[in-house]
Design a protein around this ligand. Structure first.
Ligand SMILES: Nc1ncnc2c1ncn2[C@@H]1O[C@H](COP(=O)(O)OP(=O)(O)OP(=O)(O)O)[C@@H](O)[C@H]1O
Length: 499
């Protein structure tokens, strides 16, 4: 197929959800062999459009063409039959069944013999599919619930790639991956290009976008804004096209003097768990303590342990008043908050309304004479949804109807609404657009000024350097170094202690 062939053409696509106009009069074309970025603010319609192309949603109107022929997918199975595969933003695998069963979902017939499905053959083929996406370390017979977030994503990528799709759609996946996972994803994209296929790549990371994509289409409020070739992909211009206003280049802190109190609010002493080795540190009032390292260095488990979710083999997490955090109930009572990296499964309840999610940690505070007035609940939820500019149709809508970035804002609203004094944020700006990122960093500084202490676990070195008072670098499940905020602190220094 020539690179001039238009593989996908979308003409005047409309998609609404009730009163929400998710995609409006949107048109674009992707050529064979092209890697096209698709960017836009949270809620601008990227996932909805890609889901229409991948057969998840029916469009309201407009026309899709694949290789010049009209294409009307009614399901992902039909889309897959047309060579279109989607890797979704969050949980894309089915829990409770093996990686192999996920990879060959709806394709089980391929392994049928006179005795039924031959799972040995299916596992063999799944091993091959995983190998093709550089993920041979995953055992395809293992249930996906046993795998970590990255490996679940790799199973999903293997599923999408198993029949060499003509168009691979990757919706905001890199932020669930480690550096190694991202390298794998980029190799897969190169492979698709190599056989003449195309990729639609959705990301909020503009540096990654420029590195990976040949061209980019910008969406705003469900509409087409522009398509730019690689040579015109400049971060500043892209930000402005997305947001429709100028965004400052430097949204991190500019102060470097010690700017937190001596008072210790949380002490972790000799923490030991399967993936934590003898971790000891103190968190101070008004401090942003960054925790960085390679994704499997133990920092995500540490976040859980500090909130009492992960059981410790030994060691203690204690607060200034002597309370030991042994479970999340005590943590919430003591005004601690925890934002999990696994948003859809651990941080919010998708099938609950937005207001219920926001109010969940605050219920004890909302009780008045044994009852919770729905007016109080609504007010609390509305206040925080407003402060964080959550893009929603109604405060009673289910969280499942929100775009990824807006779900992340609900998680934050939940802990701010409870007036948390200590917040553990695991990858707080994951899936967040550039405008909201700026707002979250400003909010962190405001919280700090009010004496709130923040533990920010992050895989983004720029974010750690830009926002932390101190950075605790972890390696092989233990603390390798604690670095003070300084204008001289650079990524290279942190990396030296990480690897
Ligand atoms: N299933 C649904 N039901 C109702 N509204 C929905 C549904 N899915 C998406 N929306 C709404 O459609 C709009 C576009 O959402 P979409 O998920 O496409 O945005 P996005 O650009 O992918 O955002 P993000 O970068 O945050 O992932 C949002 O207002 C969202 O709340």
């Amino acid at each position: 197929m020539s690179v001039d062939t238009v593989l996908l053409k979308a003409e005047n696509i409309y998609k609404t959800f009730g009163a929400t106009k998710a995609v409006t009069d949107f048109s674009m074309e992707i050529r064979a062999g092209e890697v096209r970025g698709l960017i836009g603010e949270n809620g601008s319609g990227k996932s909805t459009f890609s889901s229409v192309v991948a057969g998840v949603y029916n469009k309201d109107s407009g026309t899709l063409y694949v290789n010049g022929e009209e294409y009307i997918p009614h399901s992902t199975v039909e889309a897959s039959a047309h060579g279109i595969a989607l890797v979704v933003q969050e949980a894309g695998v089915i829990a409770g069944i093996s990686g192999a069963c996920n990879i060959f979902l709806n394709k089980e017939k391929r392994f049928e013999d006179k005795f039924g499905i031959n799972y040995r053959k299916m596992n063999q083929a799944a091993s091959e599919a995983l190998k093709n996406v550089y993920a041979e370390h995953i055992d395809p017979s293992v249930q996906t619930t046993m795998l970590n977030l990255e490996d679940r994503k790799l199973v999903e990528i293997a599923k999408a790639m198993c029949d060499n799709p003509r168009l691979l759609i990757i919706d905001e996946t890199s932020n669930a991956l480690t550096t190694r996972g991202r390298e794998i994803l980029y190799k897969v994209i190169e492979d698709v290009k190599g056989y003449g296929g195309s990729v639609m790549f959705i990301t909020h990371d503009l540096d990654e976008l420029i590195q990976v994509c040949d061209s980019v289409t910008v969406m705003r409020d469900g509409r087409f804004v522009a398509t730019l070739p690689k040579e015109k992909m400049v971060v500043k211009d892209l930000r402005e096209l997305m947001v429709g206003r100028e965004i400052s280049d430097n949204y991190y802190r500019s102060d470097f003097e010690k700017d937190y109190e001596d008072e210790v609010v949380l002490k972790a002493e000799g923490l030991v768990a399967p993936e934590i080795k003898d971790v000891t540190f103190a968190l101070h009032k008004g401090e942003i303590l960054g925790i960085g390292g390679l994704s499997d260095c133990g920092m995500h488990d540490l976040g859980k342990a500090l909130f009492g979710i992960e059981k410790l083999d030994s060691g203690t997490v204690s607060l200034a008043d002597g309370t030991q955090i042994t479970n999340p109930k005590v943590a919430v009572e003591k005004r601690m908050g925890y934002m999990s990296k696994n948003r859809d499964t651990e941080a919010i309840i998708l099938q609950f309304p937005i207001d219920d999610n926001i109010c969940l940690p605050s219920l004890a505070r909302l009780v008045n004479k044994g009852i919770i007035k729905s007016k109080d609940e609504r007010e609390l939820a509305k206040t925080w949804a407003g402060k964080l500019s959550i893009k929603l149709r109604s405060i009673h809508s289910y969280c499942a109807t929100l775009s990824g970035g807006n779900k992340q804002k609900v998680v934050l609203a939940k802990w701010l609404g409870n007036e948390s004094k200590i917040i553990i944020m695991d990858c707080p700006t994951r899936g967040i657009d550039i405008g909201v990122k700026e707002a979250i960093y400003n909010l962190m500084q405001e919280l700090k000024k009010k004496g709130v202490s923040i533990i920010m676990i992050s895989e983004e070195l720029a974010e750690l350097i830009g926002m932390s008072d101190r950075i605790m670098v972890m390696k092989d499940y233990s603390v390798s170094k604690i670095l003070d905020r300084s204008p001289q602190l650079d990524e290279k220094t942190i990396i030296e202690y990480m690897i």
